[in-house]
Design a binder for this molecule. Structure first.
Ligand SMILES: NC(=O)C1=CN([C@@H]2O[C@H](COP(=O)(O)OP(=O)(O)OC[C@H]3O[C@@H](n4cnc5c(N)ncnc54)[C@H](OP(=O)(O)O)[C@@H]3O)[C@@H](O)[C@H]2O)C=CC1
Ligand SMILES: CC(C)(CO)C(=O)C(=O)O
Length: 338
């Protein structure tokens, strides 16, 4: 996804202090991947909101990932050079903070980023949905820091604290910033993902990236949570694929109405491609429902409905998916079997 533009390459010997905020599925995986390829002088932190008894991270690849990425050809890898901290002040002086909490916790994560960032640091959100950069920008202590939104189709699932299944070797699109120092920092991060064997591109069209990923997530996340199945099962279910296609199409039309060009020609082929890459997994929304946790529905289909209402454009499939997930969340909160 995203046009490939050359960022400013980090000079040889460039060393980095980076914190990933959110020790869940994707945050633990990204911290672990960075730990795998970090230079001897790089420092990698993982900021958690609960104690983790064992601070080693175990990254267990799905069969497809094992075949695609040579670092995982022998199977699970244990990473021991990531420092897990509860207090962000212990990671003070980071050039990069990567936010990987659920969208409704972004502001809180922004406060933590402010507590650990160096003066010219960059906060990079790789979260799904709309509104994450706005939430980060609302943190007064982040004024003057580089705020960046990227997107990724990497798939991760937390089996237990510190034990992550790496389910999809997806692509990561990073933004191009105004600041040369910020671009160097993001180039370092992109280079590390490439060293793991993952593909990365840089784009100046952030809205295009965000809406491109939004259309995919609106197509598949809510449905996969409602039907409680893996992407493998999704791909074999043609009524579900039809609904997904309609939901994704509505988002693509809304983007077009807003003058945003998506970074791919066709939403259905794109979500099928992403789902196929992640076929060993369940979506992040399905993970939330299985854990009885709130979902990101308000930043995904719910945000599309709100924006469509503002513009007077009908999005009936996204509206229905939003209401159904809200109903499922209410059932989990207040009960209601039988
Ligand atoms: N999982 C995936 O494959 C993908 C996820 N994404 C996106 O990445 C983001 C993270 O998703 P995912 O990893 O699945 O979510 P998880 O819920 O698995 O992980 C988020 C973790 O962050 C913790 N947390 C919440 N607030 C804070 C805080 N202030 N400081 C430190 N930790 C905190 C949460 O704890 P608690 O449970 O207590 O709230 C949870 O453990 C989402 O926006 C998602 O859409 C994007 C692509 C793929
Ligand atoms: C796995 C992936 C890339 C596709 O839905 C995702 O974004 C999610 O689970 O939220």
């Amino acid at each position: 996804m995203g046009q490939t533009l050359a960022p400013i390459a980090p000079p040889p010997g460039f060393k980095m202090k980076v914190a990933v905020i959110g020790a869940g599925s994707l945050g633990s995986l990204v911290a672990g991947l960075l730990g795998l390829v970090a230079g001897r002088e790089d420092e990698i932190f993982l900021v958690t909101n609960r104690p983790m008894p064992d601070t080693a991270l175990t990254l267990e690849p799905a069969e497809l990932v094992r075949q695609q990425l040579p670092v995982f050809s022998e199977g699970a890898v244990t990473v021991r050079n990531v420092r897990v901290v509860e207090n962000p002040a212990e990671a003070a002086g980071c050039q990069l903070a990567i936010v990987l909490v659920k969208s409704y916790r972004t502001r809180e994560a922004g406060e933590q980023a402010a507590a650990l960032l160096a003066e010219d640091g960059v906060v990079l959100s790789l979260q799904n949905g709309l509104g994450n950069l706005t939430a980060l920008a609302s943190v007064p202590k982040l004024a003057g820091q580089g705020l960046a939104q990227g997107v990724t189709t990497i798939g991760a699932l937390q089996v237990a604290a510190g034990h992550i299944r790496f389910n999809g070797a997806g692509h990561t699109s990073l933004p191009i910033l105004d600041s040369p120092a910020g671009n160097r920092t993001l180039a370092w991060f992109g280079e590390k993902l490439e060293q793991v064997g993952l593909s990365v591109s840089f784009s100046g069209e952030v809205e295009s990236l965000v809406w491109g990923k939004l259309a995919i997530n609106c197509a598949v996340n809510a449905l996969s949570a409602l039907l409680d199945f893996t992407y493998e099962a999704f791909l074999a279910n043609s009524p579900a694929l039809q609904v997904a296609s309609q939901a994704g199409q509505e988002v693509a039309e809304l983007a077009q109405l807003k003058g945003i060009a998506l970074p791919y020609p066709d939403v259905e082929s794109e979500f099928r491609r992403v789902v196929s890459l992640n076929r060993a997994t369940i979506s992040s929304m399905c993970q939330s429902i299985r854990k009885g946790r709130p979902t990101e529905i308000e930043a995904l289909n719910g945000a599309v409905v709100a924006e469509a209402e503002r513009l007077g454009y009908p999005v009936p499939v996204n509206r229905l998916l939003t209401q159904l997930i809200r109903a499922l969340e209410a059932k989990q909160q207040f009960g209601g079997s039988n």
